[in-house]
Design a protein. Structure first.
Length: 468
């Protein structure tokens, strides 16, 4: 009994001593979260929801798994003929993605977990900290309330939010007008829709050292890769993405901007691996500096639409020197990946300015570092790792094309695009879309809704015909 008491006291002391590791930087700079507020450790789902929702400064320790799943309901929606739920696709709940089309088939009764459709509300001045890799929120996402600010989310895993159902819930959403947001060393997996989404009034945030795990049996692209990654489409968005690990994803990893709005994005030292679809997608108004990232077995590092955006910059040359106070870094694209292509207008770099990652890793160190340190398990190691080790590649030696640094015998599973056609899983239509409307050989342009059509494999149609 005495031993048990000592053990419990030791655990309590360890939890209460948990603090934010590191300091917010990039466009999330200034975030202090709960600051010096005494730590609280919720024990029930209701208690967690209560601690998160107000604007009182709090340090909230997540020391276990909070499981919100278990209550189901049914609702109407649709399925895709081209990538049906029976063949490894997802159902679409409600009518947002179910406009009448040859590819949509009405479903009267889709079963979903009710927890996922209402996220946990997060107010201002919060440090939400996973302890010892045990902090898990299952079944519900987090929603940073409109105009809430000063939030740090570090070391937690958000998972199992209706993974088989689009519109069954997002993992993390920002309702707009949010500032001083830092999301660090978290993991996202098995989510029905978006891993991270920022809504129409924009946010200023840094996403660093996170793992975006796209492994799934219910994929919108029927290939075991999660499609609904990250989407930042609000007015005047400002996002830093540093040292994140993206794998087994097929799209929107991430998506920047939309026609008619502007935002500024800095993506540096991220590692993209084993992705059967696209990584970066960008639209007019997205001012994005893409540098020092590594792509390994990624079928499409950037979409055809992104490649035509003048301010989606993947090779800034010497332009970083005056704006950021250091040389720009090349990206590394291996021989099994597609092309990373962008524009050359760099005047927006001054907007990144002092909020840039000042001393990024040399691109040769990115893959090993990111795989070792991303996610909650890597948080303990972060104390020992020097943040922003100096880059070693001088601007004068930079080639004009993406550097190939990794070779592999494996070949991409997605064929190269035919002349004039959009690649498999790329956008091919929708309101405001100006890119190619024909798809590469073996795929067809399928209408999802009024705003989005996508190139999908003809073979998925044949699979459905054979299974009926």
């Amino acid at each position: 009994m005495r031993f048990q008491l000592i053990t419990l006291l030791a655990a309590a002391t360890s939890a209460s001593a948990q603090k934010v590791v590191g300091t917010a930087y990039g466009f999330g700079v200034g975030a202090t979260g709960g600051g010096s507020a005494a730590a609280v450790t919720p024990t029930t789902n209701d208690e967690l929801a209560k601690f998160l929702s107000d604007d009182v400064a709090r340090t909230i320790l997540i020391t276990k798994q909070f499981d919100f799943t278990g209550k189901t309901a049914t609702g109407a929606g649709c399925d895709r003929n081209s990538c049906s739920q029976k063949n490894g696709g997802q159902f679409y709940l409600g009518d947002l993605s179910c406009a009448p089309s040859a590819d949509n088939r009405a479903i009267s009764s889709i079963t979903y977990d009710t927890a996922g459709t209402t996220a946990l509300q997060v107010g201002s001045n919060k440090s939400i900290l996973g302890v010892g890799g045990k902090g898990v929120v299952k079944g519900k996402g987090l929603s940073i309330k409109k105009n809430a600010q000063n939030v740090i989310i570090q070391g937690i895993h958000i998972t199992t939010v209706n993974p088989g159902v689009v519109w069954g819930g997002d993992a993390l959403d920002m309702q707009g007008g949010n500032s001083k947001i830092w999301v660090d060393h978290c993991k996202f997996s098995l989510i029905g829709r978006m891993f991270v989404v920022s809504h129409y009034d924009g946010a200023s945030a840094t996403l660093s050292n996170n793992e975006f795990d796209g492994v799934t049996t219910t994929s919108a692209t029927c290939n075991g890769n999660h499609y609904w990654g990250l989407m930042m489409i609000g007015k005047n968005e400002k996002f830093t993405m540093d040292k994140n690990y993206f794998h087994q994803m097929s799209g929107r990893a991430p998506k920047f901007g939309q026609t008619g709005v502007s935002g500024t994005f800095h993506a540096v030292n991220n590692f993209f691996e084993n992705m059967e679809g696209h990584a970066f997608d960008a639209y007019d108004g997205a001012n994005a500096l893409i540098e020092g990232n590594v792509f390994k077995r990624v079928s499409q590092p950037s979409t055809d639409v992104a490649a035509k955006v003048a301010t989606f910059v993947v090779n800034a040359g010497s332009a970083c020197s005056s704006a950021l106070g250091r040389s720009c870094l090349d990206n590394s694209v291996d021989s099994t990946s597609g092309k990373l292509v962008g524009g050359s207008t760099t005047s927006f770099l001054s907007t990144i300015g002092k909020n840039a990652v000042s001393k990024p890793l040399a691109v040769t160190a990115v893959a090993a570092h990111v795989k070792s340190n991303a996610g909650p398990a890597g948080l303990g190691a972060a104390v020992a790792v020097k943040q922003d080790a100096p880059a070693t590649i001088p601007a004068a030696t930079k080639p004009t094309q993406p550097t190939t640094t990794t070779k592999s015998a494996a070949k991409p599973t997605v064929p190269a695009a035919s002349a004039g056609g959009a690649k498999l899983y790329s956008q091919c239509g929708g309101q405001g879309y100006t890119g190619p409307t024909k798809c590469e050989a073996g795929s067809s342009c399928i209408v999802s809704n009024a705003w989005y059509s996508q190139c999908l494999s003809n073979s998925s149609k044949f699979r459905r015909a054979l299974s009926m």
